[in-house]
Design a protein around this ligand. Structure first.
Ligand SMILES: [Zn+2]
Length: 167
């Protein structure tokens, strides 16, 4: 997998924005049950305050899915956003007060070492976890109806069929 390294040593207090576009090959997303029909376009926001870091990863991509009702293939747009608290894995370093800019507390905590972090696995996981359990091509998708063959018997054959049933 192509690494996407964030180097925290270079970051001063403040907010940083990065954009990165990765292919399914670069994220090793080719041998999975679904198919990407676009590159993965990711926006990363990092906020640093003393020894506290926050990171928001937002990815846009398209997947080719199979409808779980009508079994048709269809393309679907995805926009996935995840929030992370980043903590340096250093012994003896106490984290100062946890000021947060996240509006909700639905954030993961991850630890990094040597002042850097490879976020490629986080983006890969974001794509994999976006896959719906029961994809539907549309909200009102219906299972196609198949007419029973018995109902469609040519009336000319009906007599023959009755005869056959008597035998
Ligand atoms: Zn469908």
């Amino acid at each position: 997998m192509k690494p996407v390294i964030i180097n925290f040593k270079e970051l001063k207090t403040g907010t940083y924005h990065f954009n990165i576009t990765l292919t399914s090959q670069e994220l090793e997303l080719e041998d999975i049950e679904f198919k990407l029909t676009s590159p993965i376009s990711t926006h990363i926001r990092i906020y640093k305050n003393r020894n506290n870091y926050e990171m928001e990863i937002q990815s846009h991509f398209k997947l080719l899915l199979t409808c779980s009702r009508c079994l048709k293939e269809f393309e679907s747009d995805f926009s996935e956003k995840d929030n992370f608290y980043l903590k340096q894995n250093v012994e003896g370093l106490e984290n100062l007060e946890n000021e947060s800019t996240f509006s909700d507390e639905d954030a993961y905590t991850i630890f990094f070492q040597d002042e850097q972090l490879d976020i490629a696995p986080l983006i890969r996981e974001q794509v994999i976890l976006s896959l719906p359990l029961r994809p539907l091509c549309s909200d009102n998708c219906q299972i196609p109806e198949y007419k029973s063959e018995v109902e469609n018997i040519d009336p000319r054959w009906q007599k023959l069929l009755e005869l056959k049933n008597k035998i």
